[in-house]
Design a protein around this ligand. Structure first.
Ligand code: PMV
Length: 304
C-alpha cells in the first residue's frame, strides 16, 4: 500500500516573535504544498527527499511516531515540494504534518487534527528547541488562524483571499538562531521588549477585526505598524525595509517582513489594480516575487 498526503506552507501575517512569548499571532496557509508518499518496504526506513533542506524533521517524525504508536518503521518515504525551501514558507512544518498524516493512514491509526498538531509541535521542539507551533497549526488546519503560543488558542478566521504580494529578500533566515538571539537580548532588557510585544499583540487583535471585516486599508496600515515594531526588535534587514518601503510607495496599503526576519520574505497588501506596480517596485528594490495565494486547505490525503 502507498499513501500520499500533502500539507500547505505558510505566511505569518501578524505577530511574529511576540507569539513565542504567549502573545497571539495571525498566520495564513499558502497554495504551495509539500507532498509526502509512504510505503512499506522489507528493510529499515529510507528517505528519498531531494528538495528537503533539513531531513531532521522527517527522521524525528518517524522516530516519535513509531515510539508512540509502537509501529515498525520499515518504510520508504518520498517527499516533493511545490516551492523551494529557501523562501522560508514553512517547508519543515508542512513536511512534518504531511508525514504524520501519511503514517497514520498507512498504519490505520485514526488521528484528530488536535492530535496531529500536538505530535507535530512536539517534533518541532525536539528538533529546534524553540518555536510557537504556529506553522504546525496552519499546516494542519489550513485557512487563516488566530493562534496563541503552543496552540493554547487555535481559532480559524473566516476571511476572504488576500490581495498579497510576497517578495523574497534573497537571503535565507535562520529562524532558530534569530529567536535565540532575541531571547538573550530580552534577558538584559525585559521591560523594553515586553512593551514591544504588548504593542504587537494589540496590532494582532486589531487586525483580527479588520481582516474579518475585509477592511484592507486598515489591515495594510496595521502591517506597516507591525513592521516598525519588528524593526525595534532588531530582526529586520536593510533589504527587507527597502522592499517594504518600495511596496508602500508603489501603492500598497501596507507591508511588513513575514517570519523571523533576518532574510526570507516580506509581504505587502495592495489593491488588486496596483499589484503589478507593487511587484515591479519590489523587484526594483532587489526582491524576487513568490507567486502564492493564501487561505488554502490544511493537511489532506491525496491518494491511497
Ligand atoms: O521564520 P519563520 O517563517 O519560521 O517564522 C518564525 C516566527 C517566530 O515567531 C519568530 C517563531 C515562532 O515559532 O513563532
Amino acid at each position: 500500500m502507498k499513501v500520499k498526503t500533502s500539507a500547505p506552507g505558510k505566511l505569518m501575517l501578524f505577530g511574529e516573535h511576540a507569539v513565542v512569548y504567549d502573545y497571539p499571532c495571525i498566520v495564513t496557509s499558502v497554495s504551495s504544498r509539500i507532498y509526502v508518499e509512504v510505503e512499506r518496504i522489507p528493510g529499515q526506513f529510507m528517505i528519498d527527499a531531494p528538495q528537503a533542506k533539513d531531513l531532521r524533521f522527517v527522521e524525528e517524525t518517524v522516530k516519535v511516531f513509531s515510539e508512540k504508536y509502537k509501529v515498525d518503521n520499515k518504510i520508504l518515504i518520498k517527499t516533493y515540494s511545490d516551492f523551494s525551501s529557501k523562501f522560508g514558507l514553512g517547508s519543515s512544518s508542512a513536511v512534518t504534518v504531511a508525514l504524520i498524516n501519511a503514517l497514520s493512514k498507512l498504519y490505520k491509526i485514526e488521528l484528530s487534527k488536535q492530535e496531529i498538531f500536538d505530535l507535530g509541535y512536539k517534533i518541532v521542539l525536539n528538533v529546534q528547541g524553540v518555536g510557537s507551533g504556529f506553522d504546525i497549526a496552519v499546516a494542519t488546519y489550513g485557512g487563516t488562524l488566530y493562534f496563541v503560543t503552543g496552540g493554547k488558542v487555535i481559532k480559524p478566521l473566516l476571511i476572504k483571499e488576500l490581495s498579497l504580494v510576497v517578495g523574497y529578500s534573497g537571503t535565507k533566515a535562520d529562524t532558530t538562531s534569530i529567536v535565540k538571539t532575541l531571547k538573550s537580548k530580552i534577558q538584559i532588557s525585559k521591560s523594553k521588549y515586553f512593551k514591544t510585544f504588548k504593542s504587537i499583540s494589540q496590532i494582532v487583535d486589531a487586525a483580527k477585526i479588520t481582516l474579518i471585516n475585509g477592511d484592507w486599508k486598515k489591515t495594510g496600515g496595521l502591517m506597516s505598524q507591525n513592521h516598525k515594531l519588528l524593526q525595534e526588535l532588531g530582526v529586520s534587514t536593510g533589504k527587507l525595509d527597502k522592499m517594504c518601503q518600495a511596496a508602500v510607495v508603489a501603492g500598497a496599503y501596507g507591508a511588513k517582513l513575514s517570519g523571523a526576519g533576518g532574510g526570507d520574505c516580506m509581504i505587502a497588501l495592495a489593491p488588486p489594480e496596483r499589484i503589478k506596480k507593487v511587484e515591479l517596485a519590489i523587484v526594483e528594490a532587489g526582491g524576487e516575487i513568490v507567486n502564492v495565494k493564501n487561505n488554502s486547505q490544511g493537511v489532506k490525503l491525496e491518494k491511497i
